[in-house]
Design a binder for this molecule. Structure first.
Ligand SMILES: Nc1ncnc2c1ncn2[C@@H]1O[C@H](COP(=O)(O)OP(=O)(O)O)[C@@H](O)[C@H]1O
Ligand SMILES: [Mg+2]
Length: 323
């Protein structure tokens, strides 16, 4: 039996849309609409989908940086709702976020030392002397130097800043790190260095990752299992091998066909995804992917397909696989 660290059940986040003088709620943006997933201890779970499909909102709802509309979250064998205030704070210490944009997420007026020790101060961890030592250790752990502690964020490159963001997240010795597109804002040449660092830290510190990305090529090397999200829902979920070798959902197939292949002579049919992601304020009926799907059938316009296991834990929400 896999050792489940995080279990998310029926997670929803609806943002109210307000209008008029009285700011009456006229509708909802269904950013996350019934997401279910489990992440096993020590693994990397990749969460992939086009921009706007609800990945960051999922991550932030799990961390309670935003309050979910509904759903249950179990972490490390405990139901989050049943915990007292102090236990809850302890648990959020065990889950940390690495932000997408290392330029925006570090306060430019604070030294690196202040930035890295801040979460430790908030959580009342260590004495000032211990914290200083910890900051130096963390800087070296992420491939920077102890003497960088007195410098400011603008003195660093994008890749170095993301290393600082990682050091900041790791100071509290978390069990789960949610990495929200940690390399999307970086030069391609730097991306693999940061990915390799994350991988190395995972082994060293026994970390569990949720790794968010908008394209399947980034998560390919780092993930053990992958969930594909479309308009607030997971439409396919499986172990990496099965997903990349035998993608089932037409959306996953289209995303994969957009990934450049190493061998240009290999037979590679490119599926063009027509149109943009529809608005989650007014999602299409039935299968929300049907207006863009090349395999659309009548049933797809009216009935929402459920995510089900079609063998060996490969889950898909698509009417093509309903016998
Ligand atoms: N605070 C917010 N208020 C209203 N709508 C939001 C808010 N945050 C995100 N959204 C909307 O929710 C949807 C999902 O956004 P997000 O989770 O950021 O997607 P992703 O990370 O996959 O790009 C988008 O349509 C976005 O505009
Ligand atoms: Mg995002």
């Amino acid at each position: 039996m896999p050792d489940v660290l995080l279990k998310v059940s029926h997670l929803k986040k609806y943002f109210p849309i307000r209008a008029g003088l009285l700011q009456k709620t006229v509708g909802y943006v269904k950013a996350v609409d019934d997401v279910n997933l489990e992440i096993n201890r020590g693994e990397t779970f990749g969460l992939v989908g086009e921009s706007g499909c609800g990945k960051s909102t999922t991550g932030r709802s799990i961390l309670r940086l935003i309050e979910p509309t509904s759903g249950e979250i179990q972490f490390d064998g405990r139901d989050i709702h049943s915990l007292s205030g102090a236990q809850m704070r302890g648990m959020y210490r065990d889950m940390q976020l690495v932000f997408q944009d290392p330029y925006a997420s570090l306060n430019p007026r604070k030294t690196i030392e202040k930035l890295i020790e801040e979460p430790m101060i908030i959580h009342n961890m260590y004495t000032p002397g211990e914290r200083k030592k910890k900051v130096h250790e963390l800087l070296e752990l992420v491939g920077l130097n102890a003497y960088h502690a007195s410098r400011y964020p603008h003195e660093f490159s994008g890749g170095q800043r993301q290393r600082i963001g990682i050091a900041r997240a790791l100071g509290l010795q978390p069990k789960l790190v949610i990495c929200d597109e940690p390399v999307s804002a970086l030069d391609v040449s730097i991306q693999s260095q940061v990915l390799n660092l994350l991988k190395q830290l995972q082994q060293q510190l026994h970390l569990t990752y949720m790794f968010i990305a908008h394209d399947l090529s980034v998560v390919k090397h780092i993930s053990d299992r992958v969930g594909v999200m479309y308009l607030g829902r997971i439409v396919e979920l499986s172990d990496k091998k099965s997903l990349y070798e035998k993608p089932l959902h037409p959306y996953t197939q289209a995303l994969l066909s957009a990934v450049p292949v190493a061998n240009p002579n290999a037979k590679h049919e490119r599926i063009i995804l027509e149109g943009d992601v529809p608005s989650p304020a007014n999602p299409p009926t039935g299968c929300t992917f049907h207006p863009r799907c090349s395999a659309c059938m009548d049933i797809c316009r009216t009935e929402r397909p459920v995510l089900r296991d079609i063998g060996d834990g490969h889950m898909v929400a698509c009417h093509l696989y309903n016998q």
